[in-house]
Design a protein around this ligand. Structure first.
Ligand code: PLP
Length: 362
């Protein structure tokens, strides 16, 4: 469509054009209700169906049984950084955290405000260029939980498989790679993700909890901070961000129609290969700081020989309609975010631009 750019923003990020068009078509009169989803009561049968379908699609796509609760809450993934220790860290225990960069560090800080934290591993010394695995991760076997970040949006690292946490519940911030590849979600006691990268627009956070976690919740919490409240009321304890959840539901259908996580993973593999292969073919020009086995498929970070050259790259890319390639302000450089809604064509456009840029500025 004319005027649509290739949007590589790290979040909020690009959404599938066909979903935006569906939203547009349904905006003024949702399924004969004579109103927009924005105007529907969250207690109406129409909204109830949207909510139920979204929950069912999540469970189906992730292969989750009835022992998992799917909830939608506001406040962003950052709110979960506080809610997790509030609910699951009793005064008698420690919570174990893996530090893999900015977002996990923020989660750690919030847990430290509320209780005892054990740093199970950190890749800080290595400049956060990898994710610790196996026996690099060490924590007491009676820890309240082990928390990690599956994809580090800023540093461009990703867990391609999760450590086995044994009997310690594994909790994962999946904000920037949720539903981007096949995962055995049943390894996880809880996971959560802000919607604004792979799930839809900003404004809602998906939280999935295993049944046994509800039994571990600290007593005496304010009602709205207690996960049981939202699990029992199917996210309808108070007014949910209903319009956002409706768009999330459309995105989930879009994923299912493509063939589910296997198809999404295959496409994402092709996309990341287009960029990483080019980087690897020109290692003296494009410097990829992340260790190969920790490379993110979602956020590819790279550096050029100088900040001036990086600046030139970003502004020339922008002039060609390739938007949002600037690295996070805390680290600089270039970052190519390839969330589910970015097309293979978009990844190829960036690769073509990179190659031409290298030739012009070699
Ligand atoms: C991995 C990760 N966790 C948490 C957050 C914070 O999310 P929110 O802005 O929804 O609080 C982000 C934001 O980019 C993120 O990338």
């Amino acid at each position: 469509m004319k005027n649509r750019v290739y949007n590589f923003n790290p979040g909020p990020s690009t959404l599938p054009l066909e979903i935006l068009q569906t939203v547009q078509e349904e905006l003024l009169d949702y399924e004969g209700s004579g109103m927009s989803v924005m105007e529907l009561s969250h207690r109406s049968p129409e909204y109830d169906e949207i909510n139920n379908q979204a929950i069912a699609l999540i469970k189906n796509l992730m292969g989750l049984g009835d022992n998992y609760h799917v909830i939608f809450v506001g406040g962003g993934a950052s709110t979960q950084f506080t809610h997790i220790p509030l609910n699951f860290l009793p005064p008698s225990k420690v919570a174990a955290y893996v530090d893999t960069g900015t977002w996990s560090a923020k989660a750690i800080k919030e847990a430290q405000n509320l209780g005892n934290v054990h740093l199970a591993a950190s890749s800080k010394e290595g400049g956060y260029t990898y994710v610790p695995m196996g026996n690099e991760i060490d924590y007491p076997n009676d820890a309240a939980y082990l928390h990690l970040t599956s994809n580090n949006t800023i540093k461009g690292t990703q867990y391609h498989e999760f450590p086995d946490s044994g009997s310690v519940p594994l909790i994962c911030d999946m904000s920037s790679d949720i539903l981007s590849h096949q995962v055995d979600f049943n390894q996880l006691a809880m996971f959560y993700a802000g919607a604004q990268k792979n799930l839809g627009p900003s404004g809602v956070t998906l939280v999935v909890l295993r049944d046994d976690m509800l039994e571990r919740i600290n007593n005496g919490l304010p009602t709205i901070f207690d996960y049981r409240t939202h699990a029992e009321k199917k996210s309808l304890f108070n007014t949910p961000p209903s319009f956002t959840i409706y768009v999330v539901k459309l995105i989930l259908e879009w994923i299912q129609d493509q063939g589910g996580l296997k198809a999404v993973e295959d496409n994402n593999r092709k996309k990341k290969n287009v960029i990483y292969n080019l980087i690897d073919a020109n290692p003296d020009y494009f410097r990829a700081p992340v260790r190969e086995n920790s490379r993110s498929w979602m956020n590819i970070v790279l550096r050029l020989s100088s900040e001036e050259l990086e600046q030139k790259f970003i502004s020339e890319a922008k002039a060609e309609g390739l938007i949002g390639l600037k690295g996070h302000r805390s680290v600089g450089g270039i970052r190519v975010s390839l969330y589910n809604a970015m097309t293979l064509e978009g990844a190829e456009k960036v690769a073509e631009f990179m190659e031409n840029f290298r030739r012009r500025n070699g």
